[in-house]
Design a protein around this ligand. Structure first.
Ligand code: NAP
Length: 294
């Protein structure tokens, strides 16, 4: 058996087109152009590249980017002052402060200073609380992308045994919460979990976000299960160059699973487009309009 490959690139492209359509309607009918402010501190090459692709994506769907590239030595007080200014700016509907921040800056304090209604990363404690209590919330982008991928395979996952491996605030915990909201029976595994393969063997839906290259083996997976691999790990390739692999041993898993996301080309492409979805949502929320249909 060979699993259905969940084509994140194609699904993300469709969603991007839908977001673009909604954004142009919002501009035409209500005169609102959703604006996303991205704040980057310092010159970390990976962060710079993420920020550039986010700004490009924002422009491509007809939204307005507001890029703030601050020197590495910017103080926490100055960063908080910029966030306050962006909170008050009606042209800015979403605010994202690129992580990681230097250790001398309290990232939690910075996140908590963002207006929750502009918190397009979904990391503000109020949005986390809203998600936990079943209230409408801006939810983190990667987990939102995972659920959208799952929904291309399953109309409903109600009653499914879902295993979330990883419990970070960015991916594992919010994704587990979203799966619960979809009425799956959710188990969360982590480094202290005993007999991880036994848990995997029971899962109809297996989501993995641990940052360990190909840690989940094919013979741990329940035949026919849907596998969502969030991991992005750089490893040496056969040709001496490095390559990207997921947290799941794809070549093994593809023979057992019913459906699986590849790495790259699975979850990755969904994350930025879900940021656009959140920016659109935030713009509608702030204008007291109903949420967009995407
Ligand atoms: P993280 O903050 O390092 O959290 C990793 C989680 O995995 C922790 O909860 C940890 O457990 C658990 N874990 C680690 N090794 C384990 C093992 N051997 N068995 C069971 N659990 C284990 O990582 P993250 O930010 O969630 O990211 C996870 C992966 O997703 C990384 O590869 C990252 O690059 C990738 N990622 C991809 C995207 C995307 O857009 N595709 C977005 C975000 C992250 P403890 O809590 O017990 O330590």
């Amino acid at each position: 058996m060979s699993a259905r490959i969940i084509d994140g690139k194609a699904i993300a492209a469709d969603l991007r087109a839908a977001v673009k359509g909604e954004a142009s309607e919002l501009a035409a009918i209500h005169g609102i152009v959703p604006g996303l402010a991205v704040v980057l501190l310092g010159d970390n090459a990976a962060s710079k590249s993420y920020v550039n692709s986010k700004s490009r994506a924002v422009t491509e769907v007809g939204m307005r980017p507001f890029d703030h590239h601050l020197p590495a030595e910017t103080s926490e007080a100055d960063l908080l002052a910029l966030v306050r200014k962006l909170n008050a700016d009606p042209a800015v509907h979403g605010i994202l402060v690129q992580m990681p921040l230097p250790p001398r800056i309290d990232a939690k304090r910075v996140i908590a200073s963002i207006d929750p209604d502009k918190d397009v990363d979904g990391f503000h404690p109020l949005n986390i609380g809203r998600l936990m209590t079943g209230q409408p919330a801006l939810v983190p982008c990667t987990p939102m992308g995972c659920v959208r991928l799952i929904k291309t395979v399953h109309e409903s996952i109600a009653g499914y045994d879902a295993l979330m491996i990883g419990r970070s605030h960015i991916v594992g915990s919010p994704l587990a919460q979203l799966l619960l909201k979809e009425n799956a029976t959710v188990t969360i595994a982590h480094t202290r979990t005993r007999d991880l393969p036994a848990h995997c063997c029971r899962a109809d839906l297996l989501c993995v976000a641990i940052g360990r290259a190909e840690h989940i083996r094919g013979d741990w997976i329940k035949p026919g299960a849907t596998v969502i691999d969030v991991g992005i790990n750089r490893v040496p390739g056969a040709d001496g160059k490095s390559k990207i692999v997921g947290d799941v041993a794809f070549a093994e898993a593809v023979n057992v699973a019913g459906a699986i996301t590849p790495v790259p080309g699975g979850v990755g492409p969904m994350t930025i487009v879900c940021l656009l979805v959140n920016t659109l949502r935030a713009a509608c929320l702030q204008a007291q309009l109903p949420p967009p249909e995407v």
